[in-house]
Design a protein around this ligand. Structure first.
Ligand code: FMN
Length: 358
């Protein structure tokens, strides 16, 4: 088929077998110790025909955990669990990138180890509630503001987690820079009230993200490091006075680093045209996301605007999304009730298309 979507390509040093990427999706099924299970290997390997599989958000440290049953990449057991997942995906010809998600203030102590803390740029609680297994819905924690001298330790968590990701066999790592989590908390004026070199001016507010990327790149090169952004995203009580300025300045700096790719989520009703901003300030490969279908995805890669398109929700119910697109087959929906519940139901039980659908 003469459609660029099905052609191999590269994102920096990360080779992709086609331009259809599985987007990161938290599914809250990690086992004790926040370890990925054989169930995860089954789930991800079912989806191995994606040109690239990006994992669910994964905490680089115990403090980085926000939600119930999310996996980590800071302990040896977690590395071993992920290694089995990567092996299973590779055995089916797939390639994987690990998404590092440090939730910062978007967290509850009831979801964390006893000795873990909720930290953020400033001690401002996010409005809203989150689910915990122990207490049901609870208020977000009031975070402790990181001291200036502690920020290097958090950056080091990203480096250590990246080294662990390569030990597990991942082809690269992606920094989760949106949805109100720690990197976004540093970037945004509503959550960053610091007066040290990590707060105040836009140059100071972007420093955390740049240093995290540099730490991740120090392990095996910047050309295996991706960044995910969604300028103007208000999720998890995030607000910024001028997202166009914040992200324009951020991307000008990121552009000099030589990262593998920028993963941009568009936001049609948002304050910024995110794709236009990305192409203006970043020269490297783009993965674009949010509500793409086959036709629009084919167009955006055919015109060269994006190197690849990522799909999240379609991947829940369509493990063989690539084959379905190629066959023009119908797509299945999914059950919302089992998005974040433990176990196999609604996770590994979505069938491939029947032969006669093709
Ligand atoms: C169940 C679920 C979990 C998600 N978890 C994450 C996550 O861990 N990290 C992330 O960057 N985005 C996460 N997202 C956002 C998706 O990656 C994606 O940006 C969004 O669903 C829009 O893409 P789509 O229209 O292809 O679904 C999640 C989305 C869903 C539906």
């Amino acid at each position: 088929m003469d459609n660029t979507l099905f052609k191999p390509g590269a994102l920096g040093d990360i080779e992709i077998s086609n331009r259809i990427v599985m987007a990161p999706m938290t599914r809250s099924r990690a086992g004790p110790g926040d370890v990925p299970l054989p169930l995860h290997a089954e789930y991800y390997s079912q989806r191995a025909s994606a040109g690239l599989v990006i994992t669910e958000g994964t905490q680089p440290s115990p403090n980085g955990k926000g939600y119930a049953r999310t996996p980590g990449i800071h302990s040896d057991d977690q590395v071993e669990g992920w290694s089995a997942v990567v092996d299973a995906v590779r055995a089916r010809g797939g390639s994987m990138v690990l998404q590092l998600m440090h939730c910062g203030r978007v967290a509850s102590r009831y979801n964390k180890d006893d000795d873990a803390e909720t930290v953020a740029p400033s001690a401002i609680r996010a409005s809203g509630k989150m689910y915990t297994d122990a207490k049901g819905m609870v208020d977000f924690d009031v975070p402790r503001a990181l001291a200036s001298g502690e920020i290097a330790d958090v950056i080091e968590e990203f480096r250590h987690a990246t080294a662990n990701a390569y030990r597990a066999g991942f082809a690269g790592v992606e920094l989760h820079g949106t949805s109100g989590y720690l990197p976004a908390q540093f970037l945004s004026t509503g959550t960053n009230k610091r007066s040290d070199r990590y707060g105040g001016s836009v140059k100071n507010r972007i420093r955390f993200v740049i240093e995290a990327l540099e730490a991740m790149g120090s392990v095996r090169g910047m050309s295996r490091v991706g960044l995910r952004i969604c300028p103007g995203n208000p999720f998890n009580d995030l607000s910024d006075d001028d997202p166009a300025e914040t992200f324009g300045t951020l991307l000008d700096a990121v552009n000099t680093l030589g990262i593998a790719y920028l993963h941009v989520i568009r936001l049609p009703d948002g304050p910024v045209d995110n794709l236009a901003l990305a192409t203006k300030h970043f020269d490297g490969p783009l993965i674009v996301n949010d509500s793409y279908d086959f036709v629009e995805a084919s167009q955006v890669v055919a015109t060269g605007t994006a190197a690849a398109v990522s799909f999240a929700r379609h991947y829940i119910g369509n493990p063989d999304l690539v084959e379905r697109f190629a066959a023009g087959a119908e797509l299945s929906g999914f059950d919302r009730k089992t998005l974040y519940t433990p176990g196999a139901a609604g996770y590994v039980d979505y069938p491939r298309m029947a032969q006669n659908d093709a």
